[in-house]
Design a protein around this ligand. Structure first.
Ligand code: DQQ
Length: 531
């Protein structure tokens, strides 16, 4: 449908047509990155969930492969739902996933590649003894889903965590196993947090306290912290916390109980859900996939014939400067799309002004921007913490907002501001979608959160722009915001990039490097396939 064609992205993974949601079972095998995903082969809305499948050499260019798993057994006839891969030390690949049964009960199933020597892993076999787990006593039949990647303890037993809830308490069950067929349920939870509701798509993994490399899922020790992430079904956000894992009894304790799972940090403060990491052995890094749902109305998705994207995969590291958060950053492979670049040194943006940046096109960009602040009024004490501002980027206050206006038209009738706003105690990083589209039937929230700034640091942001999605990273990835936007005028050649400063008491000096990004090659394989 040409009417919506500008909403297609150029280098983000999305299906050719129809509905996609959670990433599933990401892994690396024989030179190929595999991505599976919740996919409806029949329509642009959720339903008939299968596992779509695609492979890539670099997680940027993709080949769509035939569907890996269909809902064709009594134990998954209502949907082949979310799951994770475990790669055993001998190279075998096991996939655990949730099946929605003929009676709408959530059970866990095992599947494995029919032919491990096939780099494309085209054929998948469901274990004949499925299901391998059914909801245990005391757990609702619809509250038992999304098994994690397994990790092995010193007792040679594998562990798998599964999300659930009791009343309004979100929680994680743990099972141990030797063969991924027979499982034993622990008599206590990995963790539970009252008031957080159903925990979907759990993720549990170590990060190195002082290293710049990712860790394999089973690693533990004194130089390791463990991340516990839950996708909160009620709040529709991906919440995580850092803590310590005690393998003796399979429990996890947050570093800061005030920043526990479900009440603490988010992986992404924008449109983002059901994320999942995997360990990329080849490059010793942990990589995070995340689903970006539409924020338009269902009838528009049906008309355009597709719905939703995945973010550019992100590396995950512990932030050893703050000691209290993760750093998420687009994989370096995205830089292979960089074409020509423009540099702007120290552009001065006075209070209440907007400055256009003269670049050729503004729809496919990789932007790095650094900000220096010139204090104009030594008496000004700023204001107390008011977050992103009630009026978003249009607010005026002593020390902000200031930043970029992406996907804007010449007259600024459409614009998506990505900005900092300082109070006298904290710095906020925000994206204001209020004026991102002239369409009336799309959601236009103001997203944002605090970002830690150390005393010797400049404010900085990295922004990936791809037609209808903007991924924004502050301070090397401490705070991240993904925006799904639907411009109607600021499209193709009409899109522009500006910098702005709505503060009253500071000048902003901005230095930018802006790359044009090429489109990625994302095609079906075999090439005549009609998926
Ligand atoms: N999506 C899957 C579930 C999961 C949910 C079904 C999260 O397994 O809990 O499509 O988006």
């Amino acid at each position: 449908n040409a009417m919506f064609s500008w909403q297609r992205t150029a280098f983000h993974f999305q299906p050719q047509k129809n509905w996609m949601n959670d990433p599933d079972g990401p892994l690396f095998h024989m030179g190929w990155y595999h991505l599976f995903y919740q996919y409806n082969p029949d329509s642009a809305v959720w339903g008939n969930i299968t596992w779509g499948h695609a492979v890539s050499r670099d997680m940027i260019h993709w080949l769509y492969l035939p569907i890996a798993m269909l809902p064709n057994k009594w134990y998954d006839i209502n949907g082949v739902w979310t799951g994770s891969a475990t790669v055993l030390p001998d190279g075998k690949i096991l996939m655990l996933y949730t099946g929605d049964t003929n009676k709408y009960v959530q059970v866990q199933n095992l599947a494995y590649p029919a032919n491990l020597s096939d780099p494309l892993l085209l054929d998948w076999v469901k274990y004949t003894g499925n299901p391998i787990l059914v909801p245990p006593p005391g757990i609702g039949s619809k509250d038992f889903r999304d098994p994690t990647t397994g990790w092995i303890g010193p007792d040679e037993k594998w562990r798998v965590a599964i999300g659930s809830k009791k009343g309004k308490t979100g929680l994680s069950l743990v099972y141990t196993t030797i063969d991924f067929i027979n499982f034993e349920q622990n008599d206590h939870y990995l963790h539970a947090v009252p008031g957080t509701g159903m925990w979907e798509c759990l993720d549990f993994y170590p990060v190195s306290i002082n290293g710049s490399k990712g860790l394999d899922t089973s690693v533990n020790g004194p130089y390791v912290k463990h991340v516990l992430k839950a996708s909160l079904d009620d709040a529709r956000v991906d919440s995580y916390a850092l803590g310590t894992y005690f393998v003796e009894n399979d429990t996890w304790v947050p570093d800061n109980p005030l920043k526990d799972v479900g009440i603490g940090l988010l992986l992404d403060y924008g449109r983002y859900y059901a994320s999942k990491t995997f360990y990329d052995k080849e490059n010793e890094r942990r990589i995070l996939w995340g689903w970006v749902n539409e924020t338009d109305i269902e009838s528009d998705d049906l008309r355009k014939g597709w719905a939703s994207l995945q973010t550019i995969p992100r590396t995950v590291l512990f932030d050893n400067k703050t000691g209290s958060n993760l750093l998420l950053w687009p994989v370096e492979e995205v830089e292979s799309l960089r074409l020509s670049s423009d540099e702007f040194e120290g552009v001065v943006v006075k209070p209440g002004s907007v400055v256009p940046l003269n670049i050729s096109l503004a729809t496919q960009l990789d932007i790095f921007a650094e900000f220096e602040i010139e204090w104009l009024n030594s008496e000004s004490i700023g204001e107390s913490n008011i977050g992103c501002g009630r009026g978003g980027a249009a607010d005026r206050s002593a020390f902000g907002p200031f930043g970029l206006l992406a996907i804007a038209d010449d007259s600024l009738s459409e614009q998506t501001p990505i900005y900092f706003r300082l109070s006298n105690t904290t710095t906020f990083f925000c994206v204001d979608e209020t004026r991102s589209s002239k369409a009336s039937d799309v959601a236009k929230p103001i997203y944002g959160s605090q970002v830690p700034i150390l005393s010797d640091e400049k404010l900085s942001m990295r922004v990936l722009v791809d037609h209808s999605i903007i991924e924004s990273f502050a301070q090397g990835g401490r705070t991240v915001i993904t925006s799904r936007i639907y411009p109607t005028e600021a499209i193709y050649g009409a899109a522009r990039l500006f910098v702005f400063n709505n503060a009253t008491d500071i000048n902003i000096k901005i230095s930018l490097k802006i790359w044009q990004l090429n489109s990625a090659f994302i095609r079906p394989f075999p090439f005549d396939q009609n998926q």
